[in-house]
Ligand binder design. Structure first.
Ligand code: HEC
Length: 149
């Protein structure tokens, strides 16, 4: 009897965990996963994306110019600090794998900021930025944000 109750509880916990981590997703015709957001949420995420590109360009250019102060400042801004205002309702719609890549990318920007603060060699900073951009590629290869109908 005890075992049955434990199994039922595990199934319930498993189902809840699945619901909480699956996000708002449907298959996409191009083989990726469509993350279905409202118009405003999609605009917010795409705005963050355009800012990501600006950040990568800025950090790259500051590395080329060996301006570590600027690297630190721009990378910090693109790090976890940028997530402070992300609405919880939006985060719940993002599948766990995508959240991991997104927060992971923020974390890598924070790592670059910390390394620049320590005065790390620009070649090393550039390697970190190169590795960070693999996250951009991985996420774009897996997920898309269809325009709401
Ligand atoms: C966690 C996932 C994820 C990560 C990490 C990510 N992106 Fe995106 N990005 C997306 C998705 C999803 C789209 C929408 C793509 C689609 O619908 O085809 C997108 C779209 C974009 C766009 C188009 C914006 C627009 O206005 O249409 C740009 C530019 C962009 N990303 C840049 C970047 C850069 C640069 C990085 C890395 C620093 C990055 N992204 C990292 C998920 C991600």
């Amino acid at each position: 009897m005890k075992n049955i109750i434990i199994i039922i509880l595990l199934v319930i916990i498993g189902a809840l965990a699945y619901i909480m981590t699956k996000g708002s997703v449907t298959p996409s015709e191009d083989g990726r996963i469509s993350v279905v957001l409202s118009k405003d949420e999609r605009n917010l995420v795409l705005g963050e994306m355009r800012q990501f590109l600006i950040s990568v360009q800025g950090v790259s250019s500051a590395i080329t110019n060996k301006d570590l102060k600027k690297v630190e400042e721009l990378a910090h801004k693109a790090g976890m600090a940028a997530e402070a205002d992300t609405p919880g309702a939006l985060l719940r719609k993002i599948p766990a794998g995508m959240k991991k890549l997104g927060f992971g990318t923020r974390g890598l920007f924070d790592d670059i900021a910390a390394a620049a603060k320590e005065g790390k060699d620009p070649v090393e900073l550039r390697k970190q930025l190169d590795a960070l951009m693999n996250n951009c590629i991985a996420c774009h290869a897996t997920y898309r944000l269809p325009e709401p109908k």
